[in-house]
Design a protein around this ligand. Structure first.
Ligand SMILES: NC(=O)c1ccc[n+]([C@@H]2O[C@H](COP(=O)([O-])OP(=O)(O)OC[C@H]3O[C@@H](n4cnc5c(N)ncnc54)[C@H](O)[C@@H]3O)[C@@H](O)[C@H]2O)c1
Length: 430
């Protein structure tokens, strides 16, 4: 099948390579010409870090995948065109749909025959209907349909998630669009569910809101455990044995970040406000997350003592392991808070340091994890990169100014650190 992808960022590039891998003829387009030129250059400059992406690009680019700086290449002759452009938050939290509007307008002007336009960007229910109305004004006479096909990939495991999703949701009122999308997804051999267009759009924001709430619940249990001298892991493990609750995704950390949870929860709150839907429960999720990051900063100070003139060694800056993405990373507010209290920050992240620099210009970036904790008064682990598990407690004890470790992801073996004579604190764990 001939597939176009508009926007080759985290979602669009993965969408493009994964469909190309299945033998479709795929063309991706991005308005960021440097991104496309870098991807086509030799040696290639890949704009994002994602496990398996280099191999997938090697397999497909120049064969079943083309990346172009000309929009028409990703539109003309395509059966299905995915729109994967940003939907960033406006000041009131609502989704800025201008990128989607611009793409739809340009796409329908360049159609060379029938195509199904698929909204891959996360947008409020009703966006596809609004885009359809708008497209009626701009199209060049060729037929088109709209479909919603929410993307559920998680950065860090994006290719695996795309190729083996729990479910594929197709929202459309058109039988032609449904049949094209079913055919496109058939080789993935995963459950496909058909839904109304608005329901399909809502599935994504509701999923992200419930997941964000679950993380906030786990973070609350961690703070509560700290206060009562209990272990959140024991509590949540046993709570999770109740099948109605389950234990999946019930793990505390330093707060959630990334380009999706904060944005999608804020957008749903703004949408509910506009619709007059009562929403006090979901309104508290972002406030709770903010309070939790503050809690991490305060705990760091409690463990370290007065921060003025002290050095905090930060392990991990990306919003999660497996990605270089710094969008809404919790490391940013936490580090700024610690700096505000007078701490000096030295940090290491295996992938995100270049992307962190504009957000955190006045910290010391280190070449290795052990360098980040050298002479530090506390080691603060914020992202659970597997390589941090390899840090030797003995080496840390030797290199650090004072042997204190705050592991906000519960990534390390606390018992080993204590045995080596370090003061170890996990998130909600003694
Ligand atoms: N990142 C995720 O994990 C994830 C998961 C599911 C859904 N989403 C949603 O997918 C959408 C895209 O997210 P992302 O993380 O890939 O964003 P991104 O910023 O990484 O990528 C978007 C790309 O679109 C390009 N672009 C902007 N306007 C364009 C236009 N008119 N034509 C062509 N290209 C254009 C940008 O240059 C950029 O490369 C958002 O709505 C997001 O909420 C993201």
């Amino acid at each position: 099948m001939n597939v176009g992808v508009i926007g080759t960022g985290y979602v669009g590039l993965i969408t493009a390579v994964c469909f190309a891998r299945k033998g479709n003829s795929v063309t991706g387009f991005d308005t960021d010409t440097r991104k496309i030129e870098g991807l086509n250059a030799k040696p290639r400059i890949t704009p994002i870090y994602e496990a398996g992406l280099e191999d997938a690009l090697n397999e497909t680019l120049g064969k079943t995948l083309a990346l172009s700086t000309r929009l028409e290449d990703a539109v003309r002759g395509k059966d299905v065109i995915f729109i994967a452009v940003p939907t960033p938050p406006k000041l009131d939290g609502s989704a800025d749909l201008s990128y989607v509007e611009n793409s739809v307008q340009s796409v329908v002007k360049h159609l060379s025959g029938y195509a199904t336009l698929v909204l891959r960007s996360t947008a409020p229910a009703g966006t596809a209907d609004a885009m359809k109305l708008m497209a009626e004004k701009y199209h060049n006479g060729h037929d088109f349909d709209f479909a919603g096909n929410p993307e559920f990939l998680r950065q860090g495991t994006a290719i695996e998630d795309f190729e083996h999703p729990d479910r594929i949701v197709i929202g459309t009122e058109s039988e032609r669009a449904e049949s094209l999308l079913r055919k496109l997804y058939e080789p993935f051999d995963r459950p496909i569910y058909k839904a109304g267009l608005r329901s399909a759009e809502a599935v994504k924001v509701i999923s992200n809101t419930l997941l964000a709430q679950r993380v906030a619940d786990a973070n609350f249990v961690a703070r509560y455990s700290d206060a009562i001298g209990a272990d959140q892991h024991e509590i949540l493990h046993l709570v999770g044995q109740d099948k109605r609750i389950g234990s999946h995704f019930l793990e505390p950390g330093p707060g959630f970040g990334g380009s999706c949870f904060p944005k999608d929860v804020a957008a749903l709150v703004a949408e509910c406000r506009k619709l007059g839907v009562k929403h006090s429960l979901i309104e508290t999720i972002l406030k709770d997350n903010h309070d939790h990051m503050l809690y991490v900063a305060e705990q760091t100070e409690r463990l370290c003592g007065e921060l003025r003139g002290k050095t905090v060694g930060v392990l991990g800056l990306a919003f999660k392991a497996g990605t270089d993405d710094m969008r809404e990373a919790v490391s940013i507010p936490i580090i700024r808070h610690l700096q505000g209290r007078g701490a000096r920050i030295q940090a290491y992240d295996p992938q995100s340091m270049e992307k962190a620099k504009p957000h955190l210009p006045d910290i010391t970036y280190c070449d290795k994890s052990i360098d980040a904790v050298r002479d530090a008064h506390i080691a603060l682990l914020l992202t659970n990169w597997p390589e941090f598990k390899l840090l030797s407690p003995q080496a840390m004890r030797k290199e650090m100014e004072s042997p204190v470790v705050y592991d906000t992801r519960n990534a390390l073996n606390g018992a080993l650190f204590k045995k080596a004579g370090l003061i170890y604190r996990g998130m909600g764990r003694r």
